[in-house]
Design a protein around this ligand. Structure first.
Ligand SMILES: O=P(O)(O)OC[C@H]1O[C@H](OP(=O)(O)OP(=O)(O)O)[C@H](O)[C@@H]1O
Ligand code: HPA
Length: 178
């Protein structure tokens, strides 16, 4: 394919479907975290779109932190090595942490982050993921707030990339072979 040309992407979840689910998740989080010290930790880069959307449906004075994590590189399979590329800017001791993930695929990233965060003495750590791909799970991880369970396909859009491209698509889709 030519650089700068959009591939054929089959829609799996439309912008409307995602929007409705994100609104519901935000309302649920608002109810569950009333009177608590909620910190959303956006697991970059993939979660930047989901974080921006869900944060605006949480009616609480949340703190938002960003954590840079990478384990896929240019390919479509996890390297199994979870690399922190940018850490939080403040301590999280005593706070209620909600990790915001675009996708739980093998589960290796979230599993690593849960272990890391528990050493930092927060009051609680929970997981909010837009997508879950159970067919590829290599470790079981708890997902406290889940948007959608999806089939075993490599997906792009709404923050998710393929070799750093397609994050800007407003829907979630599968790249079709041409
Ligand atoms: O459950 P897993 O198999 O660990 O996969 C999930 C992780 O993989 C992706 O990140 P990636 O390493 O591609 O970095 P990116 O968010 O910068 O695209 C995604 O954003 C999740 O963080
Ligand atoms: O299906 C996927 N798409 C994009 N990034 C990913 N990281 C894990 N799984 C995926």
């Amino acid at each position: 394919m030519l650089a700068g040309t959009m591939a054929n992407v089959r829609t799996l979840l439309s912008a409307e479907q995602i929007g409705a689910r994100v609104r519901d998740l935000g309302a649920q989080i608002t109810r569950d975290y009333a009177e608590r010290r909620l910190v959303l930790v956006s697991v970059l880069k993939g979660s930047f779109v989901f974080t921006a959307d869900i944060a605006r449906h949480i009616d609480l004075p949340v703190r938002i932190e960003f954590l840079g994590v990478r384990s896929y590189g240019e390919g479509t399979a996890s390297t199994g090595v979870v690399q922190i590329t940018q850490d939080l800017t403040r301590p999280i001791e005593g706070e209620d942490i909600l990790l915001i993930e675009d996708i739980v695929d093998t589960g290796l990233t979230i599993s690593h982050l849960l272990q890391l965060f528990r050493t930092r003495m927060p009051n609680s750590v929970k997981v909010c993921a837009l997508l879950h791909k159970p067919a590829r799970a290599r470790v079981e991880v708890p997902i406290d707030y889940l948007g959608f369970t999806i089939e075993d396909k490599f997906v792009v859009g709404y923050g998710l990339d393929w070799a750093e491209r397609y994050r800007n698509l407003p829907f979630i889709g599968v790249v079709e072979a041409t």
